[in-house]
Ligand binder design. Structure first.
Ligand SMILES: [Zn+2]
Ligand SMILES: [Zn+2]
Length: 158
């Protein structure tokens, strides 16, 4: 769902102020859109959207004080780009079988339990998880799995 108050939330995020006291009309101007009538009459309108203001780093108080003002006060820095910050040693790849994102050097997929094959058992060609077939000999993942199973069986019986 699109956030109808995105312009205003961005304004809050970038305001750099500890507290902001705004009237509903101010907010309409900032948001570049009219607010519903309930925004002017029911304090609950503002608390219903509290999550949006919190995400922008602000909590609210004195809602509709003097019949029109709302005070936003800063509670935290917005957690911007939090998910883009990853330590360089936790690279990811996709499971060759279920396509879920898994840590690069997983031996087994933590989602479907399949053993990841990094090397073609027929021709020793290195494989990336995205490859469904060996680029050198054209064997499929299924054939590689069978081959690996046979290899480990014969290793066990020998
Ligand atoms: Zn998997
Ligand atoms: Zn191969």
């Amino acid at each position: 769902m699109k956030n109808k108050y995105e312009n205003f939330c961005n304004y809050l995020k970038n305001s750099g102020k500890q507290t902001l006291t705004l009237t509903v009309e101010d907010i309409e101007k900032i948001n570049n859109d009219y607010l519903p009538t309930s925004a002017k009459t029911y304090p609950a309108f503002w608390s219903n959207y509290r999550q949006l203001w919190l995400e922008a780093g602000y909590d609210i108080r004195n809602i509709l004080k003097n019949g029109k003002e709302i005070t936003f006060y800063r509670v935290a820095q917005p957690a911007e780009n939090a998910e883009n910050i990853k330590s360089p040693d936790c690279e990811e790849t996709k499971c060759a079988y279920c396509d879920k994102t898994i840590p690069q050097h997983s031996i087994f997929c933590p989602f479907c339990g399949e053993k990841q094959i990094n090397k073609c058992p027929f021709c020793e060609e290195p494989l990336q998880n995205e490859f469904k077939f060996c680029p050198n000999c054209g064997k499929s993942r299924e054939q590689m799995k069978e081959k690996n199973a046979q290899n480990s069986e014969s290793a066990a019986t020998e």
